[in-house]
Ligand binder design. Structure first.
Ligand code: PNS
Length: 161
């Protein structure tokens, strides 16, 4: 049974992530969307618990898709759960450099694990969690860019959005 992992910071999850997750889920029997608990990345706006809760709420009803969280190296997490496929999404060429670097690094650490890419749907190609947070902090309406649970968390921090 092919099981893939879609890892990310998801701080917070936006519609581009969600579209890529839905499309990736059609390619595998089982897809685990794994939110990283990265103690070095103290810049996360939302806690691990908040990011995981958003994922759990949004993924309800998506067959074969589940949310999880992981600590430490991504490839070690894949080994623990018995998966050999990492899926990342690419918005465009600007993402490619960093993503290929990560894929090479992961290949060096675990040659049996493959990284594959899903290209973001054109309608969401301009979205990033960083931009969504920036817009929300200035009171812009981001309701068309994120799913409801993400919006709720954003409104909690930026009531004007
Ligand atoms: O959503 P992001 O920020 O692009 O996700 C990055 C993520 C979580 C995939 C990456 O930071 C990661 O894999 N972190 C776990 C630590 C690790 O394995 N590092 C080595 C590979 S870069």
């Amino acid at each position: 049974m092919a099981r893939a992992v879609f890892p990310g910071s998801f701080d917070p999850l936006h519609n581009g992530h969600l579209d890529a997750i839905r499309r990736a889920s059609r390619l595998f029997d089982r897809l685990t969307v794994a939110v990283v608990n990265n103690p070095l990345k103290r810049s996360s706006l939302f806690s691990l618990e908040e990011r995981l809760t958003i994922l759990e709420e949004v993924l309800v009803g998506l067959e074969g898709v589940e949310a999880d969280a992981f600590d430490g190296l991504l490839v070690e997490y894949l080994r623990r759960i018995g998966s050999q496929v990492i899926i990342k999404s690419l918005r465009g060429l600007s993402d490619l450099e960093a993503e290929v670097q990560m894929a090479h690094l992961n290949c060096h650490l675990a040659a049996e694990i493959e990284t594959t890419f899903i290209v973001t749907a054109p309608r969401w190609s301009y979205l990033s969690s960083t931009r969504v947070k920036e817009l929300a902090s200035f009171g812009a309406d981001v309701s068309g860019m994120v799913p409801e649970p993400s919006l709720r968390c954003l409104v909690g921090v930026f009531p004007e959005t």
